[in-house]
Design a protein around this ligand. Sequence first.
Ligand SMILES: NC(=O)c1ccc[n+]([C@@H]2O[C@H](COP(=O)([O-])OP(=O)(O)OC[C@H]3O[C@@H](n4cnc5c(N)ncnc54)[C@H](O)[C@@H]3O)[C@@H](O)[C@H]2O)c1
Length: 451
Amino acid sequence: MKICCIGAGYVGGPTMAMIALKAPDIEVRVVDMSAARIAAWGSDKLPIYEPGLDEVVRKTRGRNLHFSTDVKGAIQEADIVFVAVNTPTKTYGVGAGRAADLRFIESVARTIAECANGPKIIVEKSTIPVKTAETIKDILAANGRGIKFQVLSNPEFLAEGTAVADLLSPDRVLIGGERTAEGAAAVKVLSGVYARWVPKERIITTNLWSSELSKLVANAFLAQRISSINSISALCEATGADVDEVANAIGMDSRIGPKFLKASVGFGGSCFQKDILNLVYLCEHFGLPEVAAFWEGVVKMNDWQKHRFTVKILAALYNSVADKSIAVLGFAFKKDTNDTRESPAITVCRNLIAEQARVTVYDPKVPAEEIRRDLLGEAESPLLTIAGNAYDAAKGAHALVVLTEWDEFKALDFGRIYEAMSKPAFIFDGRNILDLDKLRKIGFRATGIGK
Ligand SMILES: NC(=O)c1ccc[n+]([C@@H]2O[C@H](COP(=O)([O-])OP(=O)(O)OC[C@H]3O[C@@H](n4cnc5c(N)ncnc54)[C@H](O)[C@@H]3O)[C@@H](O)[C@H]2O)c1
């Protein structure tokens, strides 16, 4: 069997590497239109950072895992074509700021229709609005050569930072297919691929639309928990309750559960906001404004939390940060990834730079040029510096702001950092990972979300 995956990103790369690892008899080809990305997948420095991924790629690359820019050739050879291209929020025209931009999906469907030389199973791996499979089917059916395709929905539930562990042992694999004999046969083929390492009871099958919608709903529910606890963090600050204690107390209720209850400066990443906005757009489209407003609240709460955190920094620093030095630790949207898409650090740093603060950023995995691009675009600014470690970032700083929960930040020598900072020295923990009581004892004026 031959598999190809179009899109060598955070999803396509790790997912295909895992299939190649667990199914050595399957030839897996990952293709992308970005030559730079493909070159990086073939090098010692992979384009994405994921714990454990280097090892999986090292074992499989050149054996049954191949990376290439030859999209058409890979489609022609493949029995199964995964589509894992990006589906960002539309920034123009109808549905701008909410709907998913499906131009990459559509262009891939057209390429498949144009160059396929026989029947194939097409698998939607990208997260897409309900009924996109219909669009794909329509375009494929217009190939003019009578070639038959089966379209399946197989959304990816991996989380960045734990992608390898999630792929090795997924809570479930979801496959949606048409309720026809041909659809059932295609579902069986794809289930057979996952069954090499995923227990059968964890592979669930549904109709196409349920599968597409389940991915949006899963992300909406996860993000909703973060916004819920973040809303309570504001109430804790106002009342003197401790949000960690509240989270612990409610999380021990088995109906609520302990996961995703950590108050923070907000969620980021390429998916949560985009997928909720997509859900909101769908609800509006189907005439359900109340449902749309309910879910939109999750995104609004997140925006408010990021803003609220910046205001907190300003207020503590005597309402002015102009010409003050602020060290920012962490720029990725969470630990163990180099992904900065929608990272709260972008909002907070931009706000600080807009207030004329001199911002020095350090992140263990995000390259300096990425931080500059995210904050300044193509412009330059003397207000932004990138440091090579946390201690250099903190030198002379009036305040230190922790924006990613990297483990190495918990292990820093804060005595040494305090000595190097301007006094009074402030610490703002946007991730609730530091022991603020201890830091206060050293002399810091420390504050965190909900504290
Ligand atoms: N990142 C995550 O954690 C995650 C998790 C689950 C699902 N998803 C979904 O998976 C999809 C992909 O996300 P990602 O984070 O991997 O995106 P990404 O931007 O990292 O990767 C997408 C890749 O597709 C390539 N591409 C786009 N159009 C192409 C075309 N016509 N031909 C060839 N290559 C093309 C791009 O060059 C890019 O390298 C999205 O729909 C996303 O919502 C992402």
